[in-house]
Design a protein around this ligand. Sequence first.
Ligand SMILES: Cc1cc2nc3c(=O)[nH]c(=O)nc-3n(C[C@H](O)[C@H](O)[C@H](O)COP(=O)(O)O)c2cc1C
Length: 443
Amino acid sequence: MTGREKRATDPADATLTEPIEIGGVELRNRLYRAPLLECAGNGPDAVETYIDELEPAAESGAGLIFQGASIVTESGGCAAPNMTRVHDPAFVDRLSALTDRIHDHGSRIFIQLAHGGLRSMSLWHSEYRTRNPEEGQLAVSEPPVQLRAADRAGLIDLDPDVLSTAEVYDLAEAFGRAAGYAADAGYDGIHLSGANMGIIQQFLSPYYNDRDDEFADGVRFLLAVRDAVREHAGAIPLVTKVPAETAAPPFVRTRLDRDDAVTIAERLAEAGYDALVPVECSVYWDMSLIRGAYPDRAWAAEELRSEYAAVFGSRLRARAVSLLNRLQARQFPAEPGWNADLCRRVRERVDVPVLCEGGLREREHCEAVLGGPEPAADLVGLGRPFYAEPRLPARLLAGKRALCESCNNCTVPQATGEPGRCHTPRIVRRRARLEREGAYSSE
Ligand SMILES: Cc1cc2nc3c(=O)[nH]c(=O)nc-3n(C[C@H](O)[C@H](O)[C@H](O)COP(=O)(O)O)c2cc1C
């Protein structure tokens, strides 16, 4: 194992403002913006959208920014509307305007590379399916019985295309090529979307992976991606989320437990991954990843109701999704730092930085994760609070609590193509007042 005793950069009581390195890249502090969809697409305004979305985080003091998931293939694989594709070097080259801006403010930016696999829009988005009738989903294996039953019941549109061994290597190569384009565009690192029911999690998870070739061991896919990244992007820092499927429903018998996640993390650290982000999640894309309240305001919004019906196939199906949302909000309360215990277990076993995100809203929460006799992590990240306050680091580093209440009203409208932003008027008004009062000035 890569022993805890080998951890080199490890002050026992690291604080949020202390610098740290990931894979040789120096970060000015330990606060990062977790990957969140920017819904920037690939159109003429894409780069400006990214700059508008991410520059405020850099300008206000974030050490590291993880750009939200971008898809490595030319078609398919998008989990939500308006995701960006990064298969085209000419497009990725334009993103150097973004990386320059982030660097001007002393911050660093990693791009997150992804493919949805089964969790692609053709599975769940009725309008998309009608517009793209030929498009199915890349699959690691034949889909699990529960998904096949949901398909027969008309709840989802399953059309799996199980990857051959050669196609798995091609997919890994697509990750590597995109990493090479990103390195050329000035990105400081590569983050892989290893959870959220994307294809990487599907390789890792015994729920999805029933292969009989070398990729029956799902870590082998991450090793193939590593090889491709190293070939195309050299020694650029490489990070991935590592899932523990502890929040899967009880009817899911085969899943990754915490021990599995720790073992995967150890293998990845040994294989040269430069940092790891352990997350407790389900085998599905559900509220275990975005714990918090039922987004009542988002579901009740009159102007979005007919759009939800179009997205989910009918008003009845939209109501069923909303009900599921309500049940899950009860099941997964948003404890501050809900991934900290898993992170601590991983951190005991690896010598690379461990990153913790999920429910952190105060500097005190962050310091608790980073410090104490057994620190849980080396960096801490916040996600949804950046939708509410793009210049959040200025306030958080000054010891103020983030405004975000994890109400999740930012999440559901994205299914209709709405950009990620805070939809809760009380919070939007408070942010405007704080802005007028100069609370986000980082001087
Ligand atoms: C709307 C939305 C989009 C997200 N997009 C991504 C993503 O692209 N990649 C990813 O790894 N995680 C994504 N996440 C998960 C976040 O990175 C983060 O783990 C989660 O929001 C918990 O942190 P928080 O409580 O600070 O929001 C997303 C979360 C939300 C709410």
